[in-house]
Structures are given as structure tokens and as C-alpha cells.
Write a protein that binds this ligand. Structure first.
Ligand SMILES: Nc1ncnc2c1ncn2[C@@H]1O[C@H](COP(=O)(O)OP(=O)(O)OP(=O)(O)O)[C@@H](O)[C@H]1O
Ligand SMILES: [Mg+2]
Length: 207
């Protein structure tokens, strides 16, 4: 993140202050294991920096323990900082979910539906990060897939970014999210698919 220089206009300094506060608040949300800085893949940085021509959304996939979740948290942090580079549009709202927790939350509640506020939040957050999409051992119900469709379709038509980590490629997620989300995923993540290769870092492998 660029330091505030004495040449900055009052507007720049004000915006940089907002940026630093937003990044610090996001840093507090990052789980301890992923709190330290790591070197990110070039394509991940391109996405996070919102460079001209960069894809809106990012899908990080690869084998177990290769660093997908760590990469995603650091990338999201960097993305938050990048939101303050242009015109000031307020502090970005980021929804972060483990896929299993998300699928649980999308189930019908006692009133027979997914809470409306949750659906709205998932549809409209400036960034939606879903971790470990393929980790859900139990296939989500038709109900869950229908809610996921509503979330992805709303984000898709409004070109709102989605960040996903998974152990399979975007075209292999239909058994989890259904055909309609998978079809949209092809477009949402076009140019924004990053394969992290290597060995399981938890086993001490140099990935
Ligand atoms: N670039 C990196 N440099 C150093 N350590 C890293 C790096 N990326 C990840 N790690 C560490 O490696 C371990 C595994 O990382 P992480 O949990 O991100 O893997 P993952 O691909 O999400 O695994 P899983 O598929 O099981 O969800 C963690 O302890 C993490 O902090
Ligand atoms: Mg992970």
C-alpha cells in the first residue's frame, strides 16, 4: 500500500486514511493462520489491484494445502485497499464465507425461507468470498442450489466480484452449485482462473 506523502492533497490524505482504516478492519477479520503477508501469484495481484482489463472475479483452485485460502484472504485484503485508488465510493463491504457455513445459512429457517436480509447481503456485497467450494461433503439440496443461483445471477448481471477457492476447476462445480450457476461461472470467471500448483504446505512441502 503506498505511503501517504507530504505532496498528497487534503483529499488524497483523507482518502488514504479511510483506506488504511478499512484495511486494518479487514486485517482484523483474517484468521490468525492467514494473517501474515505472502507472495501472491501475479494473476492474483492483477485481480486484487483492479488493474485496467483485469477480470472482475477470481477463482483460485488447486490441490489440498497448496495455499488457496491464505492467498484468497491476502488477495481480498489487497482488493479492499485498491477500492480507494479511484473516486471515493465508501468503504467496501466484503462478505466472507466458508462454503459449508454458507450452505447451512441458506437452508430454510423456521419460517420456511432463507432470511431475506442474508440473501440481499450476499447479492449486493461489494465482494463475496466463498472459501473451499468443493469441501462440502454433503451435496447441497435443490433449495440451496436455487438460493445460490439467485445470489450468483444477481451478482452476474451487476458485474459484482466473486472470489472463490476450490479444489476443482470452475467447470467442475456443477454437482455442488447446480448447472445454472456453473454456466454463469464460466463467464464470471473468464480470464480470472488461477491454478495454484504444488505440494501440501502443511506437510512441509515447498509448493
Ligand atoms: N505462499 C505461502 N507461503 C508460506 N506459507 C503459506 C503460503 N500459502 C499458504 N501457506 C501456509 O500453508 C498452509 C496451507 O495453506 P492454506 O490453508 O491456504 O491451503 P489450502 O490450499 O487452502 O488448503 P485446503 O485445500 O486444505 O483448504 C497454511 O499454514 C498457510 O499459512
Ligand atoms: Mg483452504
Amino acid at each position: 500500500m503506498p505511503p501517504t506523502s507530504p505532496d498528497d492533497s487534503p483529499m488524497d490524505s483523507w482518502r488514504n486514511e479511510r483506506r488504511d482504516q478499512a484495511v486494518a478492519a479487514f486485517q482484523d477479520r483474517i484468521p490468525a493462520l492467514y494473517s501474515n503477508e505472502i507472495n501472491l501469484h501475479d494473476d492474483v495481484n492483477t485481480w486484487a489491484d483492479c488493474e485496467t482489463g483485469a477480470p472482475t472475479s477470481l477463482f483460485i483452485w488447486g490441490p489440498l494445502g497448496v495455499g488457496k485460502t491464505h492467498t484468497a484472504w491476502r488477495a481480498a485484503r489487497r482488493w479492499v485497499a485498491a477500492q480507494f485508488a479511484g473516486e471515493y465510493r465508501g468503504t467496501p463491504v466484503v462478505q466472507t464465507w466458508r462454503s459449508t457455513a454458507l450452505f447451512d445459512a441458506l437452508r430454510p429457517d423456521s419460517e420456511g425461507g432463507t432470511p431475506k436480509k442474508l440473501m440481499r447481503d450476499l447479492q449486493t456485497a461489494h465482494l463475496l468470498y466463498i472459501d473451499d467450494l468443493a469441501a462440502a461433503r454433503v451435496s447441497p439440496s435443490g433449495w440451496t442450489q436455487e438460493r445460490l443461483y439467485e445470489i450468483f445471477d444477481e451478482r452476474y448481471v451487476n458485474r459484482l466480484p466473486v472470489l472463490i477457492t476450490s479444489d476443482v476447476k470452475p467447470n467442475q462445480i456443477s454437482h455442488i452449485v447446480g448447472e445454472r450457476v456453473t454456466s454463469r461461472a464460466a463467464e464470471i470467471f473468464r480470464g480470472g482462473v488461477v491454478h495454484l500448483a504444488g505440494s501440501d504446505r502443511r506437510q512441509g512441502g515447498a509448493a
